[in-house]
Design a protein around this ligand. Structure first.
Ligand SMILES: [Fe+2]
Length: 290
């Protein structure tokens, strides 16, 4: 073999190994448990140590298995969270550019997601918001997602509203908005009736809600999001080619601070377009308030 052939075959081997690794990352039911301490100013003593399990972006479809979603749910349950939050994209919605078997929403995938999440339990409850994909198959699908996951998993939906939660005499508000790209998304409705000084944790599928928070000057302590998939494909030396956010790479993944407010963006569980995650493992998150 001459030098040219050696380089050619080495390059091909590298591509095959990289794609193989990415495929395994997306389908091997291997999920990373990410523990995140989050410091919140003036957190009441009874809320210190409160654990929030965060799961997002399941994208239940023919390229995302029930086992993968269940593995993520098992990891969250192994940490015995006080509360569990689910921040959208339960399915991959039908869209104009995702036609045919890739983009078509089928009820069997919602059923798969419900079975995989059915063991979730938390003393303070399970709360959810909807992502862009949950809206993309139309209002009947939105209703099916909400009804099925309420009945089968016990999800309480926060659609532009909030709930006051109490722990050992201390309280905080959990807020939720519809997906940021939908006209129904309303931060002002979600904040209605809450004392400005109350601790506020906002569930928003898309972290770009930070733009509305900054413009409205609402005081939110913590935003919990998904949507960006951590880039899903992180190419060595190049980075993440596609991040669906007006802020570019800022909210790609992890804890991001905007003055007093913090946003945690999970890489999520499932995949979109192809069963590939490269250098970007599926994630199950447990945040501990301090
Ligand atoms: Fe997503």
């Amino acid at each position: 073999m001459n030098r040219r052939d050696f380089l050619k075959y080495s390059f091909r081997g590298l591509i095959v190994a990289t794609l193989g690794k990415g495929y395994f990352n997306s389908t091997g039911a291997q999920v990373e448990l990410v523990r995140v301490p989050v410091r919140i100013k003036q957190l009441p003593a009874p809320l210190q140590g409160m654990k929030i399990g965060l799961l997002t972006d399941f994208h239940s479809s023919f390229i995302v298995s029930k086992d993968l979603i269940k593995a993520a749910a098992d990891l969250v349950m192994s940490e015995r969270p006080d509360i569990i939050v689910l921040t959208g994209d339960f399915i991959s919605g039908s869209t104009k550019f995702l036609s045919g078997s890739i983009g078509e929403f089928k009820l069997q995938y919602l059923e798969r997601c419900a079975i995989a999440l059915s063991q979730l339990k938390a003393p303070m409850g399970i709360y959810g918001v909807l992502g862009n994909h949950d809206f993309w198959s139309g209002s009947a699908s939105v209703k099916a997602i909400c009804d099925t996951l309420s009945k089968r998993v016990g999800v309480t939906w926060l659609r532009n509203t909030n709930v006051e939660l109490k722990k050992s005499g201390a309280s905080f508000h959990l807020l939720g908005v519809d997906d940021y790209w939908e006209s129904s998304c309303s931060l002002s409705a979600a904040c209605e009736g809450i004392n400005r000084d109350s601790i506020k944790i906002l569930l928003s599928h898309n972290p770009d809600i930070n733009d509305d928070i900054s413009l409205s000057k609402e005081r939110i302590d913590l935003v919990l999001s998904g949507h960006t998939h951590g880039g899903q494909v992180v190419v060595p030396f190049i980075g993440q080619p596609v991040i669906p956010s007006k802020f570019g790479q800022k909210y790609r993944q992890g804890l991001v601070r905007d003055e007093e407010r913090q946003t945690y963006v999970s890489r999520g569980v499932g995949c979109l377009l192809a069963p590939v995650r490269l250098n970007c493992m599926p994630e199950a998150t447990v945040l501990t308030l301090t």
